[in-house]
Design a protein around this ligand. Structure first.
Ligand code: SF4
Length: 419
């Protein structure tokens, strides 16, 4: 989502004649688009901005800008403007204003108004995956999460606007569309009386791309229709990011997640039964306040039961404003680190086992880039989002087939099969 927001800012500024820089040292204006989900990246912003030359115009945008205005103002005299999560639609006016009042003090701007903004092709980072923001914000208030405070309550983009952007991306040659939002499966268009599965259905019927993906789905908003639509349309990639966060119902309750372990597993079971070949990825937090050894074992056993394709795992990071911030963060750091290590070690062994099962098989791959370490090799992604390396001259953005002969826990390797 941050990448997509950056593309929108780039688009707005390029329309005003600014040129996107590839080298930081050559840039006159630096926009730091920040994420506040964890503490460490947030702290990096302060040191990064502090290192910048005072000759440059420095703007901090995004979630940290929204939630840490006072801290930024206090610690960084270098910064010219703090741009809240929805204020970036005015980035051109902000830059003009800074230029005209150069060095007369820091200013900040915040709004909750969401606007239509579709970055054109020149402003997009990926020429392979076309990102479409369909909703933003969150009403769930999971106890540990800062997103509802930084992005505000849910706002859903109208169906017609989403389809318009999808048609635009298709016309520009994108082979894959990725629908974005904090809770994509809670999207709805009230005027049209449409829910998320209907959006997927319409898009898969009309837009002629190879794969449609969506991220992130909240397990609490699960809907049988989603399974039905995914089972119907081969264009909807059979891969879902479905963050469990913990395998313990007791911890899920403390996290204010509205599903239990058994409900989560029931949904996974239904998907596996009705959508053959479907794979899952997830996020996990370890060391959440009050997490016992037994709770943690339940997380490990969830990993074993679901056999995720991939996970993102983190040590609990207390975030100001959230409910969990006031909880007793009672788990020693060495225990948290050990749990993180164990989760990652188990997941690696699951991935290795799953990847080994691909040896000898030919997989369809979307070529996403050149291997920076091996000039004659390309990198691609399978439908289930596995990384594949293979010697090839097939251009980025094309589909090809690769016969897998070597695997590791994080990627596959093989030779291209030209039909
Ligand atoms: S669902 Fe929970 S974790 Fe996800 S953005 Fe909303 S509050 Fe945060």
């Amino acid at each position: 989502m941050n990448v997509n927001d950056s593309e929108k800012m780039r688009h707005i500024l390029e329309n005003k004649g600014f040129v996107y820089g590839t080298e930081e040292k050559d840039a006159d204006i630096i926009i730091i688009n920040s994420c506040a989900v964890r503490e460490k990246p947030q702290d990096k912003i302060f040191s990064y901005a502090g290192r910048m030359s005072r000759e440059k115009i420095i703007i901090v945008a995004g979630c940290v800008a929204q939630s840490e205005k006072e801290k930024i103002l206090k610690r960084n005299p270098n910064i010219d403007y703090i741009v809240g999560t929805h204020q970036y639609y005015y980035i051109d006016e902000i830059v003009e204003e800074i230029v005209s009042r150069r060095r007369s003090g820091v200013k900040a701007g915040f709004t909750r108004k969401w606007q239509e903004s579709v970055p054109d092709i020149a402003s997009r980072t990926s020429l392979v995956s076309g990102y479409i923001s369909i909703m933003e914000g969150c009403n769930n208030f999971c106890s540990y999460c800062i997103v509802p405070f930084t992005r505000g309550r849910e706002k859903h983009r109208p169906f017609d606007k989403i389809m318009e952007e999808a048609r635009y991306l298709k016309s520009k040659g994108y082979k894959e569309i990725i629908l974005l939002g904090q809770n994509v499966n809670n999207w709805e268009d009230l005027e049209k009386n449409m829910k998320f599965p209907a959006l997927l259905d319409e898009m898969a019927n009309e837009i002629d791309v190879k794969w449609i993906r969506f991220i992130t789905s909240y397990p609490g908003y699960y809907d049988d229709d989603l399974i039905r639509i995914m089972a119907t349309h081969p264009k909807i990639a059979r891969n879902i990011h479905f963050p469990a966060q913990s395998g313990s119902t007791r911890i899920l309750k403390k996290m204010n997640r509205i599903y239990s372990r058994s409900q989560y597993l029931d949904i996974i079971k239904k998907f596996k039964k009705n959508v053959p070949g479907i794979s899952f990825s997830s996020d996990f937090i370890v060391g959440y306040p009050g997490e016992t050894d037994y709770d943690f074992k339940l997380t490990l056993s969830l990993l074993e039961q679901v056999e995720y394709e991939n996970i993102f795992s983190f040590i609990y990071s207390p975030r100001k404003h959230t409910k969990a911030f006031k909880m007793d963060d009672n788990i020693k750091m060495e225990v948290k680190k050990d749990r993180l290590y164990k989760v990652q070690e188990l997941q690696e062994s699951i991935q290795l086992k799953n990847n080994r099962a691909c040896i000898g098989h030919t997989l369809e791959v979307l070529v996403t880039g050149r291997n920076p370490r091996k000039k004659d090799e390309m990198i691609g992604r399978t439908e289930s989002y596995r990384v594949v390396n293979f010697p090839s001259k097939t251009p980025v953005g094309d589909f090809t087939f690769v016969k897998i002969d070597h695997v590791g826990p994080h990627s596959l390797r093989g030779s291209e099969v030209i039909p």
